[in-house]
Design a protein around this ligand. Structure first.
Ligand code: UDP
Length: 339
């Protein structure tokens, strides 16, 4: 049994962070959240979890949290989700991304080192690979991000590697593929407006929040010509974080970098068919041109996480991912109309 150290979740009011909070709470870990609520929602955090509204570059606030949550003197762990995630925005406003994803991560790591917090889990991304030459993608292929979002995350990974070599802190960088779905009990889900990700967009269309779904490109080098991605259920991803934390605690001298995906892909058309099937509707599809920077296919090689952690995905079925996304979208609509 791993000793359950206190965990501070940054960005715990956001999409993936709020699922990690639930996974930790469900497994009995003491959890606190820091979030500046620029894109997150307080309703996403269980009411009995200590919540600090503020910024991870606020060193005084972090020192207070570490002290109040019993994380000083070699105790505790940080799960770091706070950051900006919109790729096109990162192209238009790169300095925002180097600030929110790189500089603020530096500030957080600095505070962790000063307080002696020994474990750090970092929310990284398959965007650190850019357009990989080989798919499925292994962790050790060259990292060549093609946008500031991916670069801002890669820079943080590199920084953590140096920090862990110099200080008593080990880290795990988890590189997410396409995260989708929602908590099976609909306690949280993807809530931020202006979604661009395929499953969220398609589910919004199915529920009448959009007229149609655009299909960005049908001439890719894939079986049906549309882009193929490795969609991973957000609750399976959250579970991987808890297991990664246990691995960091079990071997304090070891840091880890692992892909998070199922190692299989679905095309845009297959995803839209799943949404039609699950909702019993026919969403309108509009064929459009390719979106800049989209690879044909992006699938994880997940052998490393499978060999390193006792990770057993529970929700890999595409219809399950879609049905949980639909369930959350219905609930979210109700919450917004009551607000
Ligand atoms: N896509 C699409 N229509 C949309 C959104 C996405 O056809 O409205 C396609 C996109 O071109 C890619 C796949 O769906 O092939 C997944 O895109 P998403 O934006 O969800 O994630 P990404 O892989 O870009 O991180």
């Amino acid at each position: 049994m791993t000793l359950k150290l206190p965990v501070l979740v940054t960005g715990g009011a956001g999409y993936i962070g709020s699922h990690a909070v639930l996974a930790l709470v469900d497994a009995g870990w003491p959890v606190a959240v820091i979030d500046n609520l620029t894109t997150g929602f307080k309703f996403a955090i269980p009411g009995d979890v200590p919540f600090y509204e503020g910024d991870i570059e606020d060193a005084e606030l972090l020192a207070r949290i570490f002290s109040e949550q019993g994380m000083t003197g070699g105790q505790g762990a940080i799960m770091h989700f706070a950051g900006s995630v919109v790729v096109p925005e990162s192209v238009e406003n790169p300095l925002k991304y180097y600030h929110n994803n790189t500089a603020k991560s530096r500030a957080l790591a600095d505070a962790a080192v000063k307080a002696g917090v020994p474990h750090f889990i970092f929310s990284s991304t398959a965007a650190t690979y850019g357009i990989p030459e080989v798919s499925p993608v292994r962790e050790d292929v060259p990292r060549q991000p093609i946008n500031p979002y991916g670069m801002s995350k890669l820079m943080t990974e590199l920084m953590l590697a140096d920090v862990s070599a110099a200080h008593p802190l080990n880290y795990c960088a988890l590189r997410y593929f396409n995260v989708a779905g929602a908590d099976p009990e609909a306690r949280t889900g993807q809530s931020t407006a202006g979604a661009t990700h395929l499953i969220k967009v398609a589910v919004e269309a199915a529920l009448g929040k959009r007229d149609a779904v655009s299909i960005f490109g049908s001439d890719y080098d894939t079986p049906d010509g549309t882009g193929v991605r490795d969609y991973i259920h957000v609750s399976d991803l959250a579970a991987a974080h808890v297991l990664a934390l246990e691995a960091l605690i079990a071997q304090p001298g070891r840091s880890l970098t692992m892909n998070c995906g199922y190692g299989r892909g679905f095309s845009v058309l297959e995803v839209l068919d799943a949404v039609d099937r699950v909702t019993n509707l026919t969403i309108e599809r509009r064929m459009e041109g390719r979106r800049a920077g989209d690879p044909d296919s992006l699938i994880s090689d997940n052998r490393r996480i499978r060999e390193t952690l006792p990770w057993e995905p529970k929700f890999a079925d595409l219809d399950t991912i879609v049905s949980h996304a639909v369930q959350w979208e219905r609930k979210l609509g109700g919450m917004r109309s009551r607000a």
